[in-house]
Design a protein around this ligand. Structure first.
Ligand code: UD1
Ligand code: F6R
Length: 386
């Protein structure tokens, strides 16, 4: 069932151009630029009237909520909070009848998320599911929802479920804003982006060999930092989770805006640093963050836009310790850095492409260290205990 792949994880990573199409099939009309989610159509107007949307999940599923939170805020103008199910239950926060709670889960059987669902049902909130497991507990116990239709995910590390959850949440945000004329241009731009995303993901998969070669250089490193901001903060967290759970390297996802508030102390010439630096409205701040890292002799590996703008400031070349040959000119400086170039899409969809680099990197780190990525130690596919 693994076909030509050595592991389910790699097979599932490579299935993504297809699984995300299955997520959108019969739901996104690319001609008319409309989105219709059968499982939500009777509830959309009620959700629009809610006072707050609370997204609740664990692990990778939580990261898919973080990845799409900005877009929900932008398109719906409804306050959005994102909750880790266990922490939500520890706090037992106030919740009201006019709240909508969205439960995101690949398996639909995660105990923390099920308990959070029970808590929200008891308080009369409208409970919506976003699950892969048809007939699962969360699918059955929610009032309504959307099946992500990613197909069975066998590898313990979640990969194709993440990209399908992400797309499903984008579709929900698009549905919720269908009545907003002022958001029409933005919605059309996103739907056009969705039309191309599968082919672009296919492009990213072509970097497999290069990623494998870079993994070779990182395999003996005990720790690693992954930096991102804005939409790409979720990419940094999810990438770090992938790497730590299967390669056991202590990878930490960090919000670039927080560097100066502590993590910068970790930066030196030895620690591997991966910076998500694809072009978006925060680009100036991204460049600033790169400067902070290179000024401390950090030598980041970049996830950058294909044919994108230069990332290394020419003026910083000397004191950053960039090699002689690299210092020749502004663009030349960048050549001494490892850079994975990914196709450019709409800002809110860019994370769908960027994460694939880190999924593949995690995979190769595990394999090169002799671990089976499909069966990380101490972990189970569905976490059915609290
Ligand atoms: C449904 C069918 C699909 C069919 C399509 C044709 C199922 C599972 N899906 O897909 O096979 O091709 O109609 O129109 O039979 N739900 C929840 N909680 C969740 C997820 C879903 O309550 O977490 C509910 C939905 O509100 C809906 C039902 O389950 O009532 C099916 O959801 P979904 O599969 O997403 O609906 P469709 O895409 O319409
Ligand atoms: C990480 C991973 C876990 C799950 C988490 C929630 O790769 O798979 O972090 O995402 O246990 O599981 P679901 O989505 O089934 O609720």
């Amino acid at each position: 069932r693994k076909g030509s792949f050595d592991h389910f994880m790699l097979k599932e990573i490579f299935e993504q151009p297809e699984s995300i199409i299955n997520t959108m099939r019969g739901r996104v009309n690319f001609q008319n630029k409309t989105v219709k989610l059968g499982g939500l159509s009777n509830y959309i107007s009620a959700i629009r009237r809610s006072r707050r949307i609370v997204m609740i999940a664990c692990g990778t599923s939580y990261h898919s909520c973080l990845a799409t939170r900005d877009l929900f805020e932008e398109l719906t103008d409804i306050p959005i909070s994102v909750e880790i199910a266990s922490y939500f239950l520890d706090r037992r926060p106030p919740l009201f009848r006019d709240d909508t709670c969205i439960f995101v889960s690949q398996s639909g059987e995660t105990m923390d998320t099920i308990f959070a669902l029970k808590y929200c049902i008891e308080r009369g909130a409208m409970c919506v599911g976003v699950v892969n497991g048809v007939g699962s507990a969360i699918s059955r116990q929610t009032l309504c929802g959307v099946h992500i239709n990613a197909g069975p995910e066998i590898g313990v590390a979640s990969t194709k479920a993440y990209t399908s959850q992400y797309i499903t949440l984008v579709m929900i945000a698009l549905s919720l804003s269908e009545d907003r004329l002022s958001k029409q241009t933005r919605r059309n731009e996103i739907i056009d982006g969705l039309a191309k995303i599968s082919a672009q993901l296919e492009e990213v998969l072509k970097l497999n060999d290069k990623i494998q070669a870079v993994a070779e250089t990182l395999v003996d490193k005990p720790k690693m930092l992954i930096l991102g901001r804005g939409y790409q903060y979720a990419t940094a967290l999810e990438g770090a989770l992938k790497i730590k759970e299967i390669s056991y390297i202590l990878a930490e996802g960090i919000l670039t805006g927080e560097l100066k508030h502590g993590p910068l102390a970790l930066v030196d010439e030895d620690i591997p640093i991966i910076m998500v630096a694809t072009k978006d409205k925060l680009f100036d701040k991204i460049i600033n963050g790169i400067g902070q890292v290179t000024a401390r002799s950090g030598k980041p590996i970049f996830i950058a836009s294909q044919n994108g703008p230069a990332l290394i400031e020419g003026s910083n070349k000397k004191e950053n310790g960039v090699t002689e040959t690299a210092a020749a000119d502004y663009n030349g400086a960048e050549k001494s850095y490892v850079k994975f170039e990914v196709p450019e899409t709409v800002d809110c969809l860019q994370g769908l492409l960027n994460i694939v680099i880190l999924q593949i990197l995690g995979y190769w780190l595990a394999v090169k260290k002799g671990y089976n990525p499909d069966h990380p130690r101490n972990l189970a596919k569905a976490v059915t205990t609290e």
